[in-house]
Design a protein around this ligand. Structure first.
Ligand SMILES: Cc1cc2nc3c(=O)[nH]c(=O)nc-3n(C[C@H](O)[C@H](O)[C@H](O)COP(=O)(O)OP(=O)(O)OC[C@H]3O[C@@H](n4cnc5c(N)ncnc54)[C@H](O)[C@@H]3O)c2cc1C
Length: 465
């Protein structure tokens, strides 16, 4: 029996896809790279995932885990001959513990569906990537996703207490758990952000966060983007950690307004969306400090959302940014890089200059609070060579951020996209240590091969000089 026949015997013909059209559907994530899987499977239980992995091992097939495919770094793109394991059918909420504030969920559960299921219980799942209506919690854990409200709450790793994992040889492990500070190595922390290279996450014990008693959302407008950038940096410098601190430039504001009419000031060169949460007195005081920092940095308007509807509309605008830019051109490249907040002004200047030099259309929408820049290029991929030009410009922007003391990615991960830039931030010895970890979990290099670590990352892979 070949691998397809064995998989059909296990899952049934409906959940094993080999037709060209099916393989094409799963060829891409939301980034710019593509690669057709050999076989696509849709398991529904951990036992099925383990059996699938054992079949792949028997036929020496590479295995690529996939959630919703909203990743932007090519992490879920199949390498040649790969078995693509799509986890979207494992989307159960197995248990909610309101007292312990945890939930046990399947990896295919859509992020926002968890918070929707918690309505009325005064709890929510805090990581809120802008893709939260579509991306899965398994994918969020695999990429250690961030989001506007991760500034104060921490990215996904701070909200995943334990993970059940199917290892490269088909064994089922439980890493971490409900106990605070479990003994031994923190393999849970290692699994979060490992982009499917160390195993397949089949269940997650996640932390639930209490809804804040009071929320103040402020929209702050500026005539000069540098003033907005300085304000973002000064707010954090003053010792405040707002729940969210997002920035949008003029082009982005106009695109969003044309798309959803969120009430953003289209004449502004940039806006900051700041949110503070907590008890009434503290919130009022924090909002007052933010206002005075903004005014000192020449803000032209500071508006506080008057009710929940206005607040929701402002956030709808922010989270519609990537839909909004479809008006400008059919394709986009969403870059992800991090700079020290004190370097915002000069790095942003260099990034716009790179876009001008390449003749590409750039918009900026980003998490100003944690220095996570998202230069967004709007372009037409059907123009010959255009994607290559855009990727080259984007890599230059990342290099500028790294040179300013930043790093390659704040939240989207490395995947295929930035694999070959890893040596910009890691020494050979650093990369070797990471490769040895991967080797320990996956000696046959079957789990999502070719992602995250550049070829030859292990020192002993390299020719001696
Ligand atoms: C419009 C838009 C907005 C976005 N905004 C944000 C944002 O604000 N913050 C942010 O962090 N990201 C953002 N992203 C990127 C993306 O949504 C996140 O990386 C998300 O966490 C990916 O989840 P997914 O389910 O789509 O995973 P996929 O894209 O399917 O996979 C991503 C990676 O995770 C691995 N993986 C998936 N599931 C598992 C599993 N169960 N076990 C092991 N490995 C697995 C895959 O192999 C791959 O390496 C955005 C993307 C889009 C398109």
């Amino acid at each position: 029996m070949d691998a397809t026949a064995r998989l059909i015997e296990l899952l049934g013909v409906d959940r094993v896809r080999t037709e060209p059209i099916d393989r094409m559907v799963y060829a891409k994530d939301s980034g710019v790279t593509a690669g057709e899987p050999a076989i696509v499977v849709l398991p529904e239980t951990t036992a099925e995932v383990a059996a699938v992995v054992r079949i792949a091992a028997a036929f020496d097939m590479p295995i690529v885990a996939r959630g919703a495919g909203t990743g932007l770094a090519g992490g879920a793109v199949a390498c040649p001959g790969a078995l693509l394991v799509v986890l979207t059918r494992m989307n159960q909420i197995v248990m909610v513990d309101e007292v312990g504030r945890t939930a046990l969920v399947g990896p295919g559960l859509i992020n926002l569906d968890l918070s929707h299921a918690l309505v009325g219980r005064n709890l929510h799942f805090a990581p809120d990537p802008s893709s939260q209506q579509a991306s899965t919690i398994g994918g969020n854990a695999a990429t250690n996703a961030g989001g506007p409200h991760c500034l104060a709450e921490g990215s996904t790793v701070a909200h995943v207490l334990g993970v059940e994992v199917v290892s490269a040889d088909g064994e089922i492990l439980m890493l971490g758990g409900a106990a605070p500070d479990p003994p031994g190595y923190d393999l849970r922390g290692l699994m979060v952000g490992s982009e499917g290279t160390l195993g397949i996450v089949t269940q997650l014990l996640v932390r639930l966060t209490e809804n804040p008693p009071q929320t103040v959302t402020m929209l702050i407008a500026f005539d000069d983007i540098n003033d907005a950038a300085r304000t973002g940096s000064d707010i954090i410098g003053a010792g405040l950690v707002p729940a969210a601190l997002e920035m949008m430039d003029h082009e982005m504001i106009v695109a969003i307004e044309n798309f959803v009419s969120a009430g953003l000031p289209v004449e502004a060169d940039a806006v900051l969306l700041a949110e503070v949460v907590g008890h009434a007195d503290g919130v009022a005081e924090e909002a007052g400090v933010i206002r005075s920092i903004a005014v000192r940095n020449r803000a032209t308007d500071v508006r506080v959302a008057s009710d929940e509807d206005e607040r929701a509309l402002l956030w709808k605008g922010r989270k519609s940014a990537f839909g909004a830019i479809a008006q400008a051109a059919p394709d986009y490249y969403l870059n992800d890089t991090v700079v020290p907040r004190t370097r915002f002004v000069d790095v942003l200047g260099e990034i716009y200059a790179i876009a001008d030099r390449y003749g590409i259309r750039l918009m900026n929408v980003f998490h100003a609070g944690d220095g996570n820049l998202h230069p967004l290029v709007s372009y037409d991929a059907s123009q010959p060579g255009m994607t290559d030009i855009v990727v080259e410009a984007a890599h230059e922007m990342v290099c500028v951020a790294v040179a300013a003391g930043g790093t390659l990615s704040g939240e989207h991960g490395i995947g295929l996209e930035k694999r070959d830039l890893m040596d910009q931030v890691f020494t050979d010895v650093d990369l070797d240590a990471q490769a040895r970890i991967s080797q320990a979990f996956d000696p046959a290099r079957r789990m999502n091969p070719g992602k995250v670590l550049p070829d030859g990352a292990r020192c002993f892979d390299r020719p001696s000089s």
